[in-house]
Design a protein around this ligand. Structure first.
Ligand SMILES: *[C@@H]1O[C@H](CO)[C@@H](O)[C@H](O)[C@H]1NC(C)=O
Ligand SMILES: *[C@@H]1O[C@H](CO)[C@@H](O)[C@H](O)[C@H]1NC(C)=O
Length: 522
């Protein structure tokens, strides 16, 4: 007779409990953000809200304790002609299946993905690890901006004072956590003192207003022709400051650039030590977005910088004049560079109010990050006014860019040295930046006539170039500022049939003026 009904039910039950073994934390974005009209997403059968943004959509949730099944439905189509899942190194393509207008695959562990459907565009899937360190919303050491300080969570009015008072109380208590419950908060400058944490609960949004009157005027950006502010920053001389949670920081860049005429650097650890950022979405930067500056022992983890692709100078994460910095497990989407490092000369441009003197940058590691930009994916430069050394880009993926990997020494006379790109993939290139569309651009350019500096020691190994671009790769200096010691090993090109290039010619490195020691190692 075969199986009894009970056996079949038992088997079904086992199957269901296996499929739902994972723990999911799904967040409801506030109603100010429209749902995507192109995608729906489920995770192990549960609906995950998808937010529409500028030319792409995104979904943010957390999971752990087992794999999940993701199903992406293309609402406007009856079938999915083709798709790409990035980072391609995860090989999700191999397990993905299409049924009608739904694409399905399994995710074993939390990671950030870009899924592109033909004729539709990109869906960003930001799957975070489960939140393990959620603070209580009240109690000792907790400073709740709504229940204790009366913040307006409706987004209707500027509510900076409640935040300032909560931060001051946390500081007076020799440390504490400023707790931001779900809701929308228009806030002015927030200055985080030593030993304070800003916790952004899921469903909370800090919004920039774009109105000059709500902020201190910290800088003028001549290239943008706009004034701006360090919107959320650390106190100068502070230590042990943290920003974390699963909320959103919205710099309102599009509105601010186009109408408000006043813009923000969104999150600026400045003159601080032992700073941690872990988890929030930072969206719509109107200028550089997350910027560790003149700081040491900084960790940026699980940052989701989701900027527009039609707004200039909106770099995702720029590390400036800092030391012992780690930027990891993050995604940077921006028209301008995704991930870069910079050093400045004193009292120039945006630096006029910086505390102290210019500093060298060293021991900065970018690990396991995903870049999508119209400019450079991973870059040192353009400013090298003080030395930059020991900069590591490892385990990264360039989903799409004009230039994949770069050292662009354009401003200043200091040295960029000991730079490594390892275990990195350049998946696709498009457009051009300053005439370049290439997987690699290591070059010196005299941005200021007569002021140039060298690049010494760039090591590139275990790099997978799926698309090399259409213009020459560069390892070139200028008179008086050479590029030296560029070592390349195991750089694999898809257009060489998936093998490592053995000559500079095969790598397309044909611009090598004023360089020495540019070698392919076996
Ligand atoms: C992934 O598979 C789909 C369907 O076969 C295909 O259209 C797409 O080109 C593949 N992408 C990559 C990067 O292999
Ligand atoms: C480099 O920075 C990391 C991260 O802050 C730190 O753990 C490490 O000790 C630093 N290395 C050196 C040699 O200072």
């Amino acid at each position: 007779m075969g199986y009894s009904k009970a056996c079949v039910l038992g088997a079904l039950f086992l199957f269901l409990s296996y499929a739902s073994a994972a723990t999911l934390q799904i967040y409801n974005p506030p109603s100010i953000y429209p749902h995507s009209g192109y995608f729906t997403l489920t995770a192990s059968g549960q609906n995950v809200p998808v937010t529409a943004f500028d030319g792409y959509a995104y979904a943010h949730f957390s999971f752990g304790n087992g794999p999940i099944d993701l199903k992406i439905t293309s609402i406007q189509q009856t079938s999915i002609a083709s798709f790409v899942t990035s980072p391609q190194k995860y090989n999700l393509n191999h397990t993905a299946t299409v049924f009608g207008n739904t694409l399905s695959f399994t995710l074993d562990e939390p990671k950030y993905l870009i899924v592109r459907l033909h004729d539709v565009g990109e869906l960003i899937i930001a799957a975070d690890p489960l939140e393990t360190n959620v603070p209580p919303s009240s109690g000792p050491g907790i400073f709740n901006v709504v229940t204790q300080y009366g913040a307006d969570a409706s987004g209707a009015r500027v509510t900076t004072l409640a935040f300032t008072q909560a931060l001051q109380a946390a500081e007076a208590g020799a440390g504490g956590t400023v707790y931001v419950p779900p809701g929308v908060y228009q806030v002015g400058n927030l200055i985080l003192p030593s030993r304070t944490a800003l916790y952004l609960a899921p469903g909370s949004v800090l919004r920039f207003t774009g109105n000059r009157a709500d902020y201190t005027n910290d800088w003028t950006k001549t290239s943008q022709g706009l004034d701006g502010t360090e919107w959320i920053r650390t106190d100068y001389g502070s230590s042990d400051v943290k920003i974390y949670g699963r909320g959103t920081i919205d710099a309102l860049g599009d509105y601010a650039q186009k109408t408000g005429k006043f813009i923000a650097h969104a999150v600026v650890p400045i003159g601080t030590t032992r700073f941690t950022f872990d988890g929030p979405v930072v969206r719509d930067g109107g200028s550089w977005t997350i910027m560790p500056t003149r700081s040491s022992y900084v960790t940026i983890d699980h940052a989701k910088v989701l900027n527009r692709m039609d707004l200039g100078e909106n770099d995702a994460i720029d590390v400036q004049e800092s030391q012992h910095v780690v930027v990891r497990n993050s995604i940077g989407i921006s028209l301008d560079d995704s991930f870069s490092t910079k050093t400045w000369q004193a009292n120039e441009g945006i630096t006029v109010k910086y505390p102290g003197s210019p500093q060298a940058l060293y021991n900065v590691t970018f690990s396991n990050n995903l870049a999508w930009t119209h400019c450079y994916g991973f870059k040192v430069g353009q400013g090298v006014w003080e030395d930059q050394t020991q900069v590591r880009f490892e385990g990264g993926t360039v989903y799409d860019a004009a230039v994949g990997l770069g050292v662009h020494h354009k401003w200043g006379s200091a040295t960029a040295s000991d730079i490594q790109f390892t275990d990195t993939a350049v998946e696709h290139l498009h457009g051009a930046n300053d005439g370049h569309q290439t997987w690699l651009a290591v070059f010196v350019q005299a941005g200021t006539a007569g002021i140039v500096g060298p690049i010494a020691g760039v090591h590139i190994w275990d790099v997978h170039v799926r698309n090399r671009g259409t213009t020459a790769a560069l390892a070139s200096g200028v008179q008086g500022a050479e590029v030296s010691d560029v070592a390349l090993r195991n750089v694999v090109f898809d257009d060489l049939g998936g093998r490592a290039a053995t000559t500079l010619g095969e790598m397309g490195i044909t611009e090598t003026a004023f360089s020495s020691g540019v070698v392919v190692k076996g």
